[in-house]
Design a protein around this ligand. Structure first.
Ligand SMILES: *Cc1c(COP(=O)(O)O)cnc(C)c1O
Length: 241
């Protein structure tokens, strides 16, 4: 059988290990691991690797460019799989989202929101939206800085874009930071989500997409509902293939 090779064993066993450490971390802070969605970030990995993860029961996958993801998504016509767009989305790529992705984690401009909304309405589709927050205020990162978040949501609500349900916040934690600093950033995102819920009366604004291979345990402790894990599941990314 094609997939019963050594690397498929590896992906399946990495998935088991990651899920076990999620369950352990959730239990340690008395959270239910059912409330934590593991997104396997498959950018830089082959269709074969994705098929192996699916065979091991994985249902949520993340990709960060339309270029790389569309040929992959079209290989798998499985309606029970959810694709998450986790990278920076250029407005001119918005047309590729409907029909391919059910979540976008990186909304950070009104222009993009309007473009997406037009594309979605044309296709009578809707996509769950997370607003990307640049919690570390790093100039090299995308996302809305915390100081501008309320203003941004205010603009989105005034624009009235029903095909873009606002579901929560996403962030990328600080790289190579001590655990305390990582947790402080994730806690800040949680507080922002709670503030947004209250301030704008957004009932379904419940998601916190935070935590990657290096910091998903800290993210769980601070309330993450979605973890975006690539390397710990698939190994190092390889763009040469
Ligand atoms: C690549 C990527 C990930 C996964 O990173 P790993 O360190 O491999 O787990 C998560 N989130 C975003 C936005 C990414 O681009």
């Amino acid at each position: 059988m094609q997939f019963m090779n050594q690397s498929s064993d590896k992906i399946a066993s990495h998935l088991i290990l990651v899920k076990q450490s999620i369950a352990d971390a959730a239990q340690a802070c008395t959270r239910s691991s059912d409330a934590i969605r593991l997104i396997a970030v498959s950018k830089g990995h082959s269709i074969n690797a994705i098929a192996q993860a699916m065979a091991a029961g994985q249902k949520d996958f993340g990709e960060s460019t339309t270029q790389e993801s569309l040929p992959k998504i079209s290989q798998f016509g499985n309606p029970s799989i959810d694709w998450h767009f986790v990278g920076h989305l250029q407005a001119n790529k918005a047309k590729f989202i409907p029909g391919n992705f059910s979540w976008v984690h990186s909304l950070d401009s009104l222009a993009l929101a309007r473009k997406l909304s037009r594309q979605l309405e044309e296709k009578s589709a809707s996509v769950n939206m997370l607003i990307e927050v640049n919690i570390t205020r790093d100039e090299k990162k995308h996302g809305v800085v915390p100081e501008k978040l309320f203003d941004f949501i205010d603009q989105l609500m005034k624009a009235d874009l029903p095909s873009l349900p606002l579901r929560g916040l996403m962030t990328i934690g600080p790289y190579h930071a001590p655990e305390k600093e990582i947790r402080r950033c994730f806690a800040e995102l949680r507080h922002l989500r709670d503030d947004c819920q209250r301030r704008f009366g957004l009932k379904n604004f419940t998601e916190l997409s935070m935590g990657m291979s290096g910091d998903y345990i800290e993210a769980i402790k601070e309330g993450a509902t979605m973890l975006r894990v690539g390397t710990a599941i698939f190994g190092e990314r390889d763009y040469s293939k």
